[in-house]
Write a protein that binds this ligand. Structure first.
Ligand code: NDP
Ligand code: HSE
Length: 403
């Protein structure tokens, strides 16, 4: 029998408890032994919960109990979660986490701690919610030299964009729905301003390229600057606006990583990813392009990934899972300023002015556009070159086109 303790009984933690119960016999059969939920730690009280006998208030109860083999950390953040994760690993207990903030900021050190103490630190749920992506990246694609990872990595923002476009909701209404459905972070600015996607691209880049880049090194832009006007212009030319996290292998072991809204061509599979769904496209030198798709947030999809990690560990508590990476350095992540692409521009001015500035362009139109507003797609160039050319124009929106 393997004993599990859950830290944090919120959206994900309660889903983990439910799934362990609901699919208990299937899990027991597949693991070849009972996976028992022994403790739940939360700051709140749950007197009516069917798990009420499991609740404890002190982490030390879990830490000191030699029967506890696996700790599930679903508290979030990088303060108390870091302390409890470190203490659990030092006590020789494996940890499973959905906490991308912690993995992206302290993953390297926690993986090292797990190795030193003969246990595991797994976090499949930290990227893409229920989508299997981290294990496929390190196992199924292990024979490849990976060159690129591009993803719609945040369910809340994709949900907001979809609801604004499809149902005509305001930003605030769409965000409220995402919060009610349990998709958003405790502080939803992490979703809206791109920090959550940034943490996830850091984890993906670390696993794909072997070294840890930190969120503070990655240029990050969220969806606040995306207007319905931009959506209409994009749509007129067959593009969808999506918040993408991207990581590209660079020479000398460097990585170009960034998060920003992009215009995605309608024929690209990423363009059809809507609602809370996420998708991650990976390019490898043997496989070519491969894509992973599914629910990127929510209680049970995320619990699915957490419980699968628990089962993986439960099958063999001491196996070395080799899911680690090396420390990065301050020069590891390079900005996307050197990356050429076409661009979408919405600006005040005339099309003639725009032509003089950028040369041959693809003009865009939308109904109801006020006089003096222009929107267009540029030829392929870098952002510094484009900004230099647009100096005389008042730019309202500027997004990269995924080419
Ligand atoms: P919630 O806020 O719903 O759950 C966290 C729980 O932990 C709450 O019950 C919270 O109580 C409790 N808690 C806070 N501090 C402590 C503490 N010191 N000791 C014990 N319990 C504490 O968050 P989620 O379940 O949504 O997310 C958990 C983690 O999973 C986060 O890292 C998140 O980014 C990640 N994640 C979330 C997904 C989702 O769809 N929601 C999907 C994938 C990952 P209180 O509410 O009183 O603070
Ligand atoms: N807030 C996150 C999202 C949860 O919306 O994608 C899943 O990581």
């Amino acid at each position: 029998m393997v004993n599990v303790a859950i830290l944090g009984f919120g959206t994900v933690g309660s889903g983990v408890a439910e799934l362990l119960t609901q699919n208990g016999s299937l899990i027991e059969r597949r693991v070849d032994g009972l996976v028992r939920l022994k403790y739940i730690l939360d700051v709140r009280d749950f007197p009516d919960s069917p798990y009420r006998d499991c609740f404890v208030k002190e982490f030390s109860v879990i830490e000191r109990d030699p029967e506890v083999d696996i700790v599930v950390e679903t508290i979030g953040g990088a303060t108390v979660a870091l302390e409890y994760t470190s203490r659990a690993l030092r006590a020789g207990k494996s940890v499973v986490s959905s906490n991308k903030e912690l993995v992206a900021t302290h993953g390297c050190q926690l993986l090292k701690l797990a190795r030193e103490h003969g246990c595991s630190y797994l976090f499949e749920a930290s990227v893409g919610g229920g989508i299997p992506i981290l294990r496929p990246l390190t196992s199924c694609l292990a024979a490849n030299e990976l060159s690129q990872v591009t993803g719609i990595l945040n369910g809340t923002t994709n949900y907001i964009l979809t609801r604004m476009i499809r149902a005509g909701l305001t930003f605030e209404q769409a965000l409220k729905e995402a919060q009610d459905k349990g998709y958003a972070e405790k502080d939803p600015t992490a979703d809206v301003d791109g920090h959550d996607a940034c943490r996830k691209i850091c984890i993906l880049a670390a696993l794909a390229f072997g070294r840890q880049g930190y969120p503070g090194q990655v240029p990050t832009q969220g969806i606040r600057g995306v207007t319905l006007e931009d959506v209409a212009y994009a749509d007129s030319a067959g593009y969808k606006i999506k918040l993408l996290g991207r990581a590209l292998r660079q020479p000398e072991g460097k990585v170009c990583a960034f998060v920003a809204p992009h215009l995605v061509p309608g024929e690209d599979p990423l363009a059809g990813v809507e609602d809370v769904f996420n998708a991650i496209a990976v390019t490898g030198n043997a496989i070519g392009d491969v894509m992973f798709y599914g629910r990127g947030a929510g209680k049970m999809p995320t619990a699915s990934a957490v419980v699968a990690d628990v089962m993986d560990i439960a099958r063999d508590l001491k196996r070395d899972r080799r899911n680690d990476w090396e420390e990065g350095d301050p020069g590891l992540v390079v900005s996307d300023d050197g990356l050429s692409s076409p661009w979408y521009v919405r600006a005040s001015g005339s099309m003639e002015q725009a032509r003089q500035a950028v040369g041959e362009l693809h003009p865009l139109a939308r109904s109801g556009a006020p006089g003096g507003e222009v929107a267009f797609l540029t030829p392929v160039m870098t952002r510094p070159a484009l900004l230099d050319r647009l100096k005389g124009m008042q730019v309202r929106s500027l997004f990269r086109v995924l080419a």
